[in-house]
Write a protein that binds this ligand. Structure first.
Ligand SMILES: Nc1ncnc2c1ncn2[C@@H]1O[C@H](COP(=O)(O)OP(=O)(O)OP(=O)(O)O)[C@@H](O)[C@H]1O
Ligand SMILES: [Mg+2]
Length: 459
């Protein structure tokens, strides 16, 4: 039976937060490791990008050891962006990037070490190669029978199917059960489709429309052009390799759900606790996959933001965890200088204890100039499908320089709304000014509150 996994709300929230960095594809470096002015969505901040490139090389060569990376710099100078870029350089979107903020580990009911462990394991991917027997071919004929599903008397659903598949070499007819019949329907399989059916699990993959079948039909309708696939040549039943990537926490979760028995599926996943024993077993399983050549480990990035919010226990836990065999690259970020280590009375750089400081490679990030802000605004506008006129761009870059770059980026979306409501596709300077007027910056809002402090908070 195919497994179903729900994305927890917590995880869905994390996607949101990364969406501010969707324009970043890598570090934008040349062959020799120096940074282009603009590349892979990254602008300026060259020294930090070059340093990040060296980190990527160390990781790839397995020479990073137990070192921790720290990005230190004021807000909005690209610390998170650089961490995302490192993950992209390590292997594109397949390599996990987990963004955890120091304060988050205290905000939930879970134990903080549990949240840290979970995050570390989410940041480790496994790429699995699996050979499976499949039926593969062009659908020559398809007959799906419907009937009552049993429980709901008013609902008709597929009950079984008969399908004839053909390749250049042979033709075969298969009788398929209810669940396969249902997935044929949901995958919109029809005559002329090229499909794969997993021989064991019955999973259906619709690969596209047969080029031959399409050629015949083309005369009738050329308005739509679907994904065209060549008709397979070999036998219908064959072995195919499938590649899938999971993170280790997902494997833990599936194992926990299994060990809790089938009922856990109905009474919520919340009760399925992942124990140390389960994690141990997952590790063994992964080790076995790797030894048998079925899998590869994809160490991703655990990004710990607001690192000064971590307390002394969290630091010592992280120190230990990052020395284990299965551990991701840990990148931290701080926009604080000297501050108290949480849980102690001592002040320390970035609020970090000495033994963590000792293991750091620190990369500094600096505020952007107007030209760089302009380029970042251009890139973000393209990413958000907004069209910025030259004057609007100039105005927003000015705003970014005087207030903050992030604030200027935030104004793109409302300015676009204003433009649309005024019947424009391209954002003009007036639209950008209106957005600036409607939404004040953090600086403005501090000023404003100071001014009214006495009236607003008067006792
Ligand atoms: N050099 C850059 N090139 C392109 N985009 C960038 C660059 N630096 C930052 N950005 C983008 O600008 C926005 C703000 O940057 P980011 O969130 O990385 O700052 P930060 O240093 O992490 O700030 P904070 O201290 O507040 O967490 C993001 O959308 C980010 O993707
Ligand atoms: Mg950040």
């Amino acid at each position: 039976m195919p497994e179903i996994e729900e994305v927890s709300e917590e995880e869905a929230g994390r996607f949101e937060r990364i969406s501010a960095h969707t324009h970043i594809r890598g570090l934008g470096l040349k062959e020799d490791g120096t940074a282009r002015d603009i590349g892979d969505g990254m602008v300026g901040q060259k020294k930090a990008r070059e340093a990040a490139g060296r980190v990527v090389e160390l990781v790839k060569k397995g020479k990073l050891g137990g070192r921790l990376i720290l990005f230190a710099g004021p807000p909005g100078t690209g610390k998170t962006a650089l961490a995302v870029a490192i993950a992209r350089e390590l292997g594109g979107r397949e390599v996990p990037f987990v963004n955890l903020s120091g304060s988050e580990i205290y905000s939930s009911e879970k134990k903080k070490t549990e949240i840290l462990t979970e995050s570390l394991r989410k940041a480790l991917g496994v790429r699995l190669h699996e050979k499976r027997e499949v039926y593969e071919g062009e659908v020559k004929s398809l007959d799906i029978k419907t009937g009552q599903t049993g429980l709901n008397p008013y609902q008709q659903a597929p009950s079984e199917a008969r399908i004839t598949l053909g390749t250049k070499k042979e033709e075969k007819t298969l009788r398929l059960g209810r669940s396969v019949a249902a997935s044929l329907q949901s995958q919109q399989v029809e005559e002329g489709s090229i499909i794969q059916i997993d021989a064991e699990s019955g999973r259906v993959i619709n690969l596209g429309v047969s080029r031959d079948a399409w050629e015949e039909e083309k005369k009738a309708d050329i308005s739509v052009s679907p994904e065209l696939v060549d008709v397979p040549t070999g036998p219908i039943m064959r072995e195919r390799e499938f590649v899938s990537t999971l993170n280790i926490h997902q494997i833990d979760s599936v194992a926990a759900a299994r060990s809790a028995g089938g009922l856990s599926l109905f009474f919520g996943g919340g009760g399925t606790e992942i124990t140390d024993e389960i994690r141990q077993r997952t590790n063994e399983q992964i080790r076995a996959w790797i030894e048998e050549g079925k899998g590869e480990l994809l160490p991703g990035v655990l990004f710990m933001d607001e690192v000064h919010m971590l307390d002394i226990e969290a630091f010592s836990f992280l120190n230990r965890a990052t020395e284990e065999e299965f551990s991701p690259i840990t990148i931290m970020a701080s926009n604080r200088g000297l501050t108290k280590i949480r849980g102690t009375d001592y002040e320390s750089p970035h609020g970090m204890p000495l033994d963590s400081l000792d293991r750091l490679l620190i990369i500094d990030t600096h505020p952007y100039n107007k030209g760089e802000i302009k380029s970042i605004l251009k890139i973000r506008a393209r990413e958000e499908d907004a069209e910025l006129g030259e004057e609007a761009l100039d105005f927003l870059s000015d705003v970014g320089e005087k207030t903050s770059m992030r604030y200027a980026v935030q104004l793109i979306a409302p300015a676009n709304e204003v433009a649309e409501s005024r019947g424009r596709k391209k954002i003009t300077r007036e639209d950008a000014e209106e957005a600036r007027r409607l939404f004040i910056s953090v600086g403005d809002s501090v000023e404003f509150l100071k001014k009214y402090e006495e009236k607003m908070m008067g006792e």
